[in-house]
Design a protein around this ligand. Sequence first.
Ligand SMILES: Cc1cc2nc3c(=O)[nH]c(=O)nc-3n(C[C@H](O)[C@H](O)[C@H](O)COP(=O)(O)OP(=O)(O)OC[C@H]3O[C@@H](n4cnc5c(N)ncnc54)[C@H](O)[C@@H]3O)c2cc1C
Length: 333
Amino acid sequence: MATSHDYDVIIIGAGPIGLACGIEARKNGLSYLIIEKGCLVNSLYNYPLNMTFFSTSERLEIGEVPFISHGAKPNRVEALEYFRRVSTTWNLNVKLYEKVLSLEHEGTGHLIKTTKDVYTCSQAILALGFYDLPYLLNVPGEELSKVKHYYDEPHPYFGQKIIVVGAANSAVDVALETYRKGADVTMVVREPEIAESVKYWVKPDIENRIKEGSIKAYFNSEIIRIDDISVEIKTQEGIHVLENDFVLAMTGYQPPFDFMNACGIKFREDEFHTPVYNEQTMETNVPNLYLAGVVCGGLKTNKWFIENSRVHAKLIIDAIKKNAGEQNAIQSD
Ligand SMILES: Cc1cc2nc3c(=O)[nH]c(=O)nc-3n(C[C@H](O)[C@H](O)[C@H](O)COP(=O)(O)OP(=O)(O)OC[C@H]3O[C@@H](n4cnc5c(N)ncnc54)[C@H](O)[C@@H]3O)c2cc1C
């Protein structure tokens, strides 16, 4: 315990974008370490087993490693295989199952404490994602084991009365998949309709299933209590008690704001609690601390994804190289 290791760059999070940052650091001859609290691409590992990405495979590529999938759009298993291959192709320096507990800005660099060790670095990149903290329903009964905030596969719900909470992409995918595998599905949706952002090739499917009554839906409604055999919901027409076996709360996830706060990162006063960073360099208000990937969007979790945030890696490493060049020039003056 407590051995100290010093790196040019430490990257927290081995999701696709953390790996992209590691590759870019390596390409530029920087010493680097990626620290991940779970397995490689931990968020993707925890996605629904049968999910298919909405992006075509070449748009998920990093480090010039080709991503060939069976269909135009890869599935979870293909993505896991792809990112394992990326990691071995680039021989990335990744420590898995090691959670970062704190990052303190010290001098011009950072001191990082994990569950296993202590490190120092000149530059740090937070590529933390947002898949660890689900929005809670905050209702009595939420702690029951029948209430899930993550969905894996449909089989356990065969022949069961399930409630799917939410009306965005995840909720719609879960409602359709469980319905098609024999669950009795009711959606409880706070908004007046299925979200506009639902994938255009899926939206008519869910709307037609609701229209024909195969999937029941309560709009402008919310759960107010859950017990072992039923759920109470508040609708515009009053309170209903529904018989129920499982509640799948697909209500979204939020970035680790507490951790970011503790690192000294400031937030804008907008509705999304967007972290403060320079869009050209991705550097936060804390000197030499950068943000990469989906975490940059704050609560606007559909702003950044793999496709459009892969570029963060190059922006950051270019900025680090430029800063280092300027420092050297000052020292040699
Ligand atoms: C169902 C679903 C489908 C999607 N489909 C697509 C798609 O088709 N195309 C697309 O571009 N995007 C898609 N996305 C979004 C995409 O998966 C995410 O944008 C992607 O995971 C973001 O990568 P990231 O590296 O920023 O974050 P993540 O992949 O979430 O990685 C963050 C990592 O940081 C780790 N971490 C967090 N805190 C700590 C800590 N304290 N210490 C150590 N490690 C830590 C986490 O364990 C995690 O592995 C989809 C998302 C979902 C949920």
